[in-house]
Design a protein around this ligand. Structure first.
Ligand code: GUN
Ligand code: ZN
Length: 435
C-alpha cells in the first residue's frame, strides 16, 4: 500500500474551477479534460497533461473512464451503519427507537473497532475520500474512527458527540460535571486534532440534547485551537423545531441557539437546514458557515425539502451529505441523484455540474480545505475515484445516445452503481475494500 514515487493516471478528468451555479446547462468552471494524464508525486498532484509522461512514471491506464476528485461527505454517522433502512418513523421517534440503542453498543471497544473499520472501508467503497463524521458519545468511538482513517492516510473530521439531556442515561454526559467532560474533549483535541490529515470537530448532537452549559463548553473549546470544526444538526424536522422553541424560548430561532454560544463560525457544518428563515440564512452566510444538504435522509425520514436556491441566493455554502443512517446509502452518487429529486419535487432544477461540484470542490471550499481536496489541481492530495462511465448494457446504451457532457454525466449519476467504481485512491494509493 505504499505510494509509487511517480504515478500517472490516464482517463477522462473532470473537476471544477468555479461554482457552476444551480441550473446553468453550460456554465463556466467545468473542467473536462478527456483522455489526459494526472501526474502524482509523493501523493500530491503535480500536473495534468495530454501527452504520455513516459518511462519514468508508473502509468495506470484508465482510458475511457471517469476520474473525479474523491467525494466529500460532509455529514454522516459511523455507528448508524447498523440502522440504515430502519422502517417506519420520523426523526424524534427514529432516534429513540432505532438510533440511540445502536449508539449505546459503541461503549464496547471491540464493537466500536469493528464498526469504525467497516464504516471507513465502506466510505472508500463508494468513492468517498473525506468525511465529516459523528461517531457517538463514547471516547472509544472517536479513537477507533480516527485510527481507521489515519491508517489509510485519509482526511477525516470528527469528534465526540456531546449530549447531556433528553437521551438515554448511557448516552449522556454528566450535566453536573461540565469541567470533567471539557477535560475529556480537550484531551481528545490534543490527541487527534492536526495529526496527519485528521481534524477535530466539536459535535453537540443537536440543541435538544445539550444544556446551555454544554453548548457554552463547546463554544469555549472551539475557540481553543485554530482549525477546529463545529458540526451539528439544525432545523431538520418540524416537531424538532417546535421542541427547540420550547426549550430555548430566549433564542430568535433554532440556529440562534448555536449562534448565542459562539458556534456559528466559518468552520461550522450544519446538517439539514430545511426550516431556516431568511435571517438564519443571512447569519450563516455572514459567518461563512455551511449547510450539509442530506437529501436521502430528508426523503427517508420525511423531513422536508431543503431550499437550495434560497441558500444559494443568500450566499450560504451548500455541501452534500449522506447522513447515514437517516440517509439510505453512503453513496454520494446516489446522494446527488436524491438531491436532484428533492429539488425537482419542489419545482426546482439543479444540474449534474451543481451536484458534482457540491460533492467535491464546493464541499472542500466550505470546509476551507480547497488547497488539499476537491480538485485535480497541482498541490492537492491525489485523493481520487475512478469510475466506468457504464458497464451494464443499459448504461452503455444510455451513454451511447447522450449528446453532450452534461447529458453523459447526468445519465451516469442516474444509471451507474457501485459496480462502476473501479478504484479509490488516497494520496495516490489504491485503497482495498470489499464489494
Ligand atoms: N438530529 C439529531 N440527531 C440526529 C441523527 O442522528 N440523525 C439525523 N438525521 N438527525 C438528527
Ligand atoms: Zn445526522
Amino acid at each position: 500500500m505504499s505510494v509509487p514515487p511517480r504515478l500517472a493516471l490516464r482517463g477522462d478528468l473532470l473537476d471544477f474551477t468555479q461554482d457552476p451555479g444551480l441550473d446553468v446547462r453550460q456554465p463556466a468552471g467545468v473542467r473536462f479534460r478527456a483522455d489526459h494524464w494526472l501526474l502524482v508525486e509523493g501523493g500530491r498532484i503535480v500536473g495534468v497533461q495530454a501527452q504520455d509522461p513516459g518511462e519514468g512514471w508508473q502509468r495506470v491506464d484508465h482510458r475511457g473512464r471517469l476520474v473525479l476528485p474523491g467525494f466529500i461527505d460532509t455529514h454522516v454517522h459511523s455507528a448508524q451503519i447498523d440502522v440504515i433502512g430502519a422502517w417506519g418513523t420520523q426523526l424524534l421517534d427514529w432516534l429513540s427507537t432505532h438510533t440511540f440503542p445502536a449508539e449505546q453498543r459503541m461503549a464496547d471497544p471491540a464493537h466500536a473497532a469493528v464498526i469504525s473499520e467497516l464504516f471507513v472501508e465502506s466510505l472508500l467503497a463508494h468513492g468517498t475520500t473525506t468525511a465529516c463524521v459523528f461517531p457517538t458519545v463514547h471516547a472509544v468511538s472517536v479513537d477507533t474512527l480516527f485510527a481507521a482513517a489515519q491508517s489509510r492516510g485519509m482526511r477525516l473530521i470528527a469528534g465526540k458527540v456531546l449530549m447531556d439531556r433528553h437521551a438515554p442515561p448511557a448516552l449522556c454526559d454528566d450535566p453536573q460535571d461540565v469541567p470533567g467532560v471539557e477535560r475529556v474533549v480537550a484531551a481528545q483535541i490534543e490527541r487527534w486534532h492536526g495529526q496527519d490529515r485528521l481534524a477535530y470537530a466539536l459535535t453537540p448532537r443537536f440543541a435538544p440534547t445539550s444544556t446551555d452549559a454544554q453548548l457554552a463548553m463547546a463554544g469555549r473549546l472551539l475557540a481553543r485551537a485554530p482549525g477546529l470544526y463545529l458540526q451539528t444538526h439544525v432545523a431538520e424536522n418540524v416537531d424538532e423545531v417546535r421542541w427547540v422553541r420550547e426549550l430555548f424560548p430566549q433564542a430568535r430561532s433554532y440556529l440562534d441557539v448555536y449562534a448565542r454560544h459562539g458556534l456559528l463560525t466559518e468552520r461550522a457544518i450544519f446538517a439539514h437546514g430545511i426550516w431556516l428563515d431568511d435571517a438564519d440564512r443571512a447569519a450563516l452566510a455572514q459567518a461563512g458557515a455551511q449547510v450539509a444538504f442530506c437529501p436521502s435522509s430528508n426523503l427517508f425520514l420525511g423531513s422536508g425539502a431543503f431550499d437550495w436556491p434560497a441558500a444559494q441566493a443568500a450566499g450560504v455554502g451548500v455541501s452534500l451529505a449522506s447522513d447515514v443512517g437517516g440517509g439510505t446509502s453512503l453513496s454520494m452518487r446516489r446522494t446527488m441523484l436524491d438531491a436532484y429529486k428533492v429539488q425537482a419535487g419542489a419545482g426546482r432544477r439543479v444540474t449534474a455540474f451543481t451536484l458534482l461540484h457540491a460533492a467535491t470542490r464546493g464541499a472542500a471550499r466550505a470546509l476551507r480545505l480547497s488547497d488539499e481536496i476537491g480538485q485535480l489541481e497541482p498541490g492537492a492530495a491525489a485523493d481520487v475515484c475512478v469510475w466506468n462511465w457504464a458497464t451494464a448494457p443499459l448504461a452503455q446504451r444510455r451513454q451511447a445516445v447522450a449528446r453532450d457532457l452534461h447529458e453523459r454525466l447526468f445519465a451516469w449519476l442516474t444509471v451507474a452503481d457501485e459496480r462502476d467504481l473501479v478504484e479509490t485512491r488516497i494520496a495516490g494509493v489504491v485503497q482495498p475494500f470489499r464489494r
